[in-house]
Design a binder for this molecule. Sequence first.
Ligand code: GLC
Length: 451
Amino acid sequence: MKNRTCITVMIMIFLLIIPQLSRAQLPKETEAQKVQRMKWWTEARFGMFIHWGLYSMPARHEWIMNRERITAEEYRKYFGMFEPDLYNPKEWAVMARQAGMKYVVLTAKHHEGFCLFDSEYTDYKSTNTPVKKDLVKEFVEAFRAEGLKVGFYYSLLDWHHPDYTIDRNHPMRQETDAAYEKLNRGKDMNKYREYMKNQVRELLTNYGEISIIWFDFSFPGKNGKGRDDWDSENLLKLARSLQPGIIVDDRLDLGDVEGGWDFTTPEQYKVAGWPEVDGRRVPWETCQTFSGSWGYYRDETTWKSPAQLLELLIESVSKGGNVLLNVGPTARGEFDYRAQERLNAMGKWMRVNSRSIYGCTEAPEGFTSPENTLLTYNPATNRLYIHLLAYPLGSLTLANMADKIKYVQFLHDASEISMSAPREGNKNDLSLTLPVLKPAVEIPVLEIFLK
Ligand code: GLC
């Protein structure tokens, strides 16, 4: 009896160990090494997302195939007519740089399955459309020339690949298990997993140094897909082996795996505070659209104003995070005029105020932001930045900071701001005298040299 128990226990241990053994080992690194690897990204704070694909032709959301339940055959009409004749990524790259963006992430393939690059593993690619070009190749060269780091978004979902099984996020989604089973008969996800690996290998081999890979997305559970469906660990291992410095988002469903992700991705909302995992602050980047859609959406009108967008950027930095702001180019290959207007406005502000963004983070404890302001802090220069969201009348009081402050100036023109003890209140409060006229910058910034 005893022996039998012993054998059973041994078999159980063995069964538990086997999956671990077959699991790919992700490269190990210390916390300090990770911080170092991500340093450029953390300091950059501001990047451009680009969603471009066949969906820019119907121009009513990049999920149109799903929303309108369009079959792959019907959708192919766009493929036959895709001809972005005005595509000039040099112009895009200049606009991104002038807006103050330091990196860019392009949808090499979105959920529709269409590839903007010349992949050996599919015919469903830009080189086979009337434009006849590897759009990724020109893109990569143009953005690099402007000094931006280049990254790729790669969709895990694929509504075109014949072996990708129908799931609850698919245009051909079903009501019953039996219906799913019937449609999925003969589909071989193994082949699709292989396809993804082949394409990720191409993307991370053929285009030079790639700094970011943005896998999107997992939806485990009933009729969903998660790490086993994508073979996430091996996909990630492949990516890290081809581009050792690469920075990876958190949508492979590897949240609990060491080295399974680098930063978290709050989408289309402002976080309440610096996101934490197991009580520890983690690197984060919020991805946001100018309006409600990622792909070019002609008739969408809920565009955020430059002030709202700047506030989003400043607030994210004030909580230790990045912003990845999206442009959905048109099917002619240009940035929508509304996007251009906003990029211009942000660039105008960034030209004189980016010192409060790059390399900055949350203010140290002990600095409380006055009403209607946001604080950021640069630990390398020991300067504090106060962003005046609503311009105060005449003066601004800084609570309990007098002993910490050496000098104050407007950031945009380096003009001195005079300081005095306030008429009333705490002895350690400091009163700043501001001009009555709001300076001609969207959100004025005070630069404070700390002692
Ligand atoms: C979502 C959407 C997608 C978009 C992405 C950006 O996951 O599926 O359309 O690309 O968010 O974060």
